[in-house]
Write a protein that binds this ligand. Structure first.
Ligand code: VGL
Length: 206
């Protein structure tokens, strides 16, 4: 069984929400996510769902990426992906949530800012149930895309590889990164972990 996973394809990570965390071309990956889903029998959506009063929130972009002492919120970020706001919505071309087979909402607690979709906490203690759900559906292969390559896509793919027994593929055509240097490092980290990082679906073989 193959599952495709749309990691945080939300307007908060696009130029549609310039005050949040815009990723270059982030709003353009919807069709590529739909195409990869055609290679899978199951489709999963993950969404950041952050409260406005989260401990990691700063009020300006130049105050971001500062280390924090919080156990499960490592860096400062501007407020993003708050349920009820535009940034929480999915990007154009994607189906509504009920069209998916499974949906994970993460980062709901004010003092937890996870990147990966498999655990609620950075220390990977509190499962979101994603790996367990994939196992229950007898999924052997996961095809991952979304936003952003260098944070949530990377961490989700690494967790799926390290804590699950899946063949993990990351389809770069259906991803965009926040910064080029961290994206290059992220791709190498994924490759080193045994993840297949591919430029397009043409390279995918289950
Ligand atoms: C993300 C930075 C902060 C992501 C989330 O989805 O990649 N990046 N929060």
């Amino acid at each position: 069984m193959i599952a495709s996973i749309d990691v945080d394809p939300q307007k908060t990570f696009t130029s549609l929400c310039p005050n949040e965390l815009p990723v270059f071309e982030g709003h353009l990956i919807g069709k590529a996510l739909n195409n990869q889903a055609k290679h899978a029998q199951l489709r999963v959506l993950t969404k950041d769902a952050h409260p406005a009063n989260a401990v990691w929130v700063v009020d300006a972009h130049d105050k971001m990426l500062m280390p924090l002492e919080h156990t499960n919120a490592d860096l400062t970020w501007v407020s993003h992906a708050v349920p009820g706001t535009e940034g929480f919505e999915v990007i154009p071309d994607l189906p509504g949530v009920t069209a998916y087979d499974h949906v994970i909402w993460k980062g709901v607690e004010p003092d937890l800012h996870p990147y990966g979709a498999c655990f609620h906490d950075i220390h990977e203690k509190l499962s979101t149930g994603l790996i367990e759900w994939l196992n229950a559906k007898q999924v052997s292969t996961v095809l991952v895309g979304g936003l952003a390559t260098d944070y949530c896509v990377k961490t989700t793919a690494l967790q799926l590889k390290q804590h699950g027994q899946f063949d993990v593929w990351v389809n770069l055509e259906a991803c965009r990164g926040i910064a080029n240097d961290t994206t290059v490092v992220a791709c190498q980290e994924m490759i080193d972990a045994g993840i297949r990082v591919i430029d397009s679906l043409e390279e995918f073989q289950a």
